[in-house]
Design a protein around this ligand. Sequence first.
Ligand code: SF4
Length: 303
Amino acid sequence: MNIIVAKHAGFCSGVKRAIETTEETALNDKAYVYGQLVHNERVIEDLEKKGIKFVEDIDDIPENAVTVLRAHGEPGITYQKLKQKNISGEKLKDATCPLVKLVHSAAIKLKNNGYEVVIFGKKNHPESIGTSCYIRGKDTFIAENPDDASDVIDYINKNNFGKVAIISQTTMSVKGYNKLVQNINKSFNNKFEQLSLNLKDLSKPFVFVDTICNPTKQRQADTEEIAKKADVMIVIGGKNSSNSKELVVKCKELNVETYFIQSAEELKKEWFTDKEHIGVTAGASTPDITINEVVGKIKNIAI
Ligand code: SF4
């Protein structure tokens, strides 16, 4: 039996930073976190045990309370509402990942330069909701998968936009994004051209910008490499974790038997019957301890 663990698996830099910010804040203050800090239940439970309070509604945060903002980013209205509660400056610990902020800045710059910005992302994901608010609020067009290309084309044609820019949520599938652009370009005479993230040349009317973050790309590339060799793939991640779900899709696309779990307890002995090569990968919000527990349990039951 051979267990292959992805080189890039588990916490990305943005998740590490968000957790460290929260833990440091809680050392000196009673800390509130607005929203799910990262999409992993174990991480949240561990932080709750340290006295950190998670709230989904700003009304549940007391005035003047020290508050941490999650890694996925927040729209401007969140900062305004917190300011009304006297939560700003030293009292506001912004754990938004710098790579998400980069997408916000790009979206705003594109919008200010006359582009209609379309997002490739998940409509219910906090990152896409946040980015959308920086563009057109609720009306920003969000394409969830490559098959939505025809809807994007209808939207552009119906509104006769002169300039359109497509960007992506940081955790989407690289392959899916390329496919969406290809599908759009098929009906659009290849008008959409790639624009680099530094946005230097804003004269081209139809552009797409690669805003998927590098940690997501590394995890997808490693997972693909392992899945090509494996007889069975174990993907570890929170059920709400967008980047973990993309890893599952990637494995299934390669026709590998794949199981998506949150913890070692979910592993079943029969998954490993007659399997020689076992691949293990994990989303960006999965702690190392969970990955180690999963690998340890596989060693015990897959004999
Ligand atoms: S997945 Fe990428 S954008 Fe999201 S927190 Fe991690 S590094 Fe930042």
